[in-house]
Design a binder for this molecule. Structure first.
Ligand SMILES: CC(C)(COP(=O)(O)OP(=O)(O)OC[C@H]1O[C@@H](n2cnc3c(N)ncnc32)[C@H](O)[C@@H]1OP(=O)(O)O)[C@@H](O)C(=O)NCCC(=O)NCCS
Length: 176
């Protein structure tokens, strides 16, 4: 388990199925995520969860974000981890909307980045975020992420094309 100030990051367990299903079909949450989502069945989510629980893919790792009282808040992960070049892509979702904007996301990302830089010896972490997702961008900026590219009108979401911003933080710029 990775221990932060407000959250702990722990491995996904088969018993997290209902936790994940609760937000995966909530479009108010998934509209911020890059992959456009079809409604997801219990079976499909179970298959995804089973792969995560086995943890056999060293280049894609997802952990649970848990409040200190054990409440499941969401998931956070590193994807496309390249151990040779030393980079990975961060993905994060606080599935509990009532916990947004209270510092949980920043603490979760800080805790995972610390692990990525100090234990996996990654050199940098990148991410992609919608231009309109100001809350997420503020969260990333607090940790030292900088915008390094912007794909204009790139992603169609709810009838509008949105900019996709690419951000990165090098280990030495990380303000965690
Ligand atoms: C993005 C996300 C991980 C951020 O986590 P969080 O716990 O909500 O964010 P934090 O409270 O740590 O930080 C958010 C910052 O934005 C500010 N903020 C909160 N709500 C805001 C809003 N509606 N508009 C603009 N800023 C907002 C907060 O005040 C805070 O900044 P501050 O510390 O300078 O005051 C979380 O909101 C989430 O999972 N959202 C849905 C999915 C998502 O967007 N994932 C990221 C995809 S790239």
């Amino acid at each position: 388990m990775l221990v932060g100030e407000k959250v702990n990051l722990r491995a996904l367990e088969p018993t997290d199925l209902d936790n994940c299903l609760r937000w995966i079909n909530d479009r108010e949450v998934t509209r911020y995520l890059l992959m456009g989502r079809w409604p997801t069945s219990r079976k499909a989510e179970e298959a995804w969860l089973e792969r995560q629980v086995k943890g056999e893919d060293p280049s894609n790792k997802v952990l649970v974000i848990e409040a200190k009282d054990g409440t499941y808040l969401g998931n956070i992960g590193l994807h496309h981890i390249d151990y040779i070049s030393g980079f990975a892509e961060l993905g994060i979702v606080i599935g509990r909307k009532d916990y947004w904007g209270q510092g949980y996301g920043t603490d979760a990302a800080r805790t995972l980045l610390r692990f990525a830089f100090q234990n996996l010896r990654l050199r940098k972490v990148i991410l992609r975020v919608f231009g309109s997702n100001i809350r997420a961008q503020k969260c990333y900026a607090k940790l030292g992420f900088k915008e390094v590219g912007r794909l204009k009108a790139h992603i169609l979401r709810d009838g509008k094309y949105e900019d996709e911003i690419i951000m990165e933080v090098f280990a030495e710029e990380f303000t965690g």
